[in-house]
Design a protein around this ligand. Structure first.
Ligand SMILES: *[C@@H]1O[C@H](CO)[C@@H](O)[C@H](O)[C@H]1NC(C)=O
Ligand SMILES: *[C@@H]1O[C@H](CO)[C@@H](O)[C@H](O)[C@H]1NC(C)=O
Length: 422
């Protein structure tokens, strides 16, 4: 007797889940919310209309106005002839808890959670055309068991651990992120670019940090522990930690590498998928990771270390444009994503500008946040156009909540699963 309502409940929960995770079915291009990297984290409206009869109104609402006509309208803009645009609202998500109680100390977060209360909607006259929530994606990989790690599109971050710390005066030139590793994982980031610094001396206890170049940002151990905590809560996610550089001290001795590897092993232990198990050149399918229960990939730059610690994967192949202008990055991103290049088995496109010190001196106000805003507004469009996302594996960005790359990846993976591109 009790079974029927339970099954009904599960079906409804499933539907809710698939609504946040299925491909975008907007009949008229793109519509999504992002967040500014500024202190207040203002909600931004983004649209790119491509239909003959585009919407005349864009709304920010509390709850989904498509399913709930009484949803409160917080903000309205009339895009008129601007078919592709971006607009910052005064509303902010600052300090709002994640949906589904996705905190580190909650042992039972809701695996189906997807939406914050904020939605963007488009309308023509009285008719709502489309709507989309600001979302977290803590379980998105569970849809893609049949795809190989080298054939998925995977959202990542650049200088992933540079999200706090650093002296106040230079902070805006040092930090590339504003979310912790835990928060990045809950939003849906799965690739992390990590640089390690070692401080102190062996006799009275050394300390390992995540650095940006020679500047220390935050301690390594708690960030790794957060990642392990996440992996234990979300049973089908696979993460890639790419230990890309060891910038401090300059002479990073093999003994220091040993300290790092020991820490990695003590935190992740049996969760590590060792490289020596890999048999296919495109890497394992996600469901093979699920079977072994080993869902953490550790890539490492130092070859001497990889020879000793054979569980380490090679440093992820990297496409780095090293450009200072948005137009040059656009050219580079489009060039890289015009055709699929093989990885080892993975390959990461670094989609951010390099600040040149000359430009820092010339435009003292143009810090890493400003550069990220300029790129993030455009990036999702660059890779969505002309099916370019079909050719991408990992894409790593700065201040990732300012772009839609997590949803681009999920969309692209659904297309890959159904052989849409081939
Ligand atoms: C969220 O999880 C915490 C820690 O387990 C718990 O104390 C709290 O009651 C939970 N909140 C909700 C709304 O479930
Ligand atoms: C994207 O790929 C699909 C399927 O192959 C094709 O129908 C469509 O025309 C492509 N779009 C562009 C802009 O190339």
């Amino acid at each position: 007797m009790l079974l029927v309502p339970l099954i009904l409940f599960l079906q409804i929960a499933d539907q809710a889940n698939s609504q946040t995770q299925k491909e975008n079915t907007n009949p008229c291009g793109q519509l999504y919310l992002t967040q500014s990297p500024n202190k207040k984290k203002n909600i931004q409206l983004n649209w790119n209309f491509n239909c003959d009869d585009p919407p005349d109104t864009i709304l920010l609402t509390l709850n989904d106005i498509r399913t709930n006509p009484n949803a409160q309208v917080l903000y309205t803009i009339l895009p008129r002839s601007v078919f592709r645009g971006y607009h910052e609202t005064p509303f902010t998500l600052k300090d709002a808890p994640f949906p589904g109680n996705w905190t580190e100390d909650n042992s039972n977060p809701d695996l189906n959670a997807g939406c914050f209360d904020y939605y963007i909607a488009s309308a023509k006259g009285d008719k709502i055309i489309h709507s989309q929530c600001l979302s977290i994606q803590p379980t998105w990989m569970s849809n893609f068991g049949d795809l190989r790690i080298g054939d998925l599109m995977i959202p990542g971050t650049h200088n992933s651990g540079a999200w706090k710390g650093a002296p106040l005066l230079i902070r805006n030139y040092v930090l590339n992120q504003d979310k912790s590793i835990w928060q990045q994982l809950v939003y849906g980031i799965r690739y992390f670019d990590i640089r390690v610094g070692r401080y102190g001396n062996t006799s009275d206890g050394s300390r390992l940090y995540i650095n940006h170049a020679f500047i220390k940002c935050t301690e390594l151990l708690p960030e790794l522990q957060s990642a392990a905590t996440f992996i234990r809560k979300s049973p089908k996610e696979v993460i890639i930690l790419d230990f890309h550089r060891f910038p401090y001290p300059n002479d990073f001795k093999i003994q220091y590498h040993n300290e790092v590897v020991r820490m990695i092993q003590s935190v992740f232990g049996d969760l590590i998928y060792p490289f020596y198990r890999m048999t296919h050149t495109r890497g394992p399918k996600l469901k093979e990771f699920w079977l072994t229960k080993q869902r953490v990939v550790i890539a490492h730059r130092n070859k001497e270390m990889s020879r000793v610690a054979t569980f380490l994967w090679p440093s992820v192949a990297r496409d780095w444009g090293d450009v200072q202008k948005v137009q040059d990055l656009e050219t580079y991103v489009k060039y890289v994503s015009e055709s699929a290049a093989p990885g080892n088995p993975m390959r990461v496109l670094m989609a951010e500008l390099t600040p040149s010190y000359v430009s820092v001196l010339k435009h003292v106000t143009r810090n890493l946040k400003d550069l990220a805003v300029m790129v993030n507004r455009e990036l999702s469009d660059w890779v969505r156009q002309n099916n370019r996302s079909a050719n991408l594996n990992i894409v790593a960005t700065d201040f990732f909540t300012g772009n839609d790359i997590i949803n681009v990846a999920i969309e692209s993976n659904f297309k890959r699963l159904t052989n849409f591109y081939t």
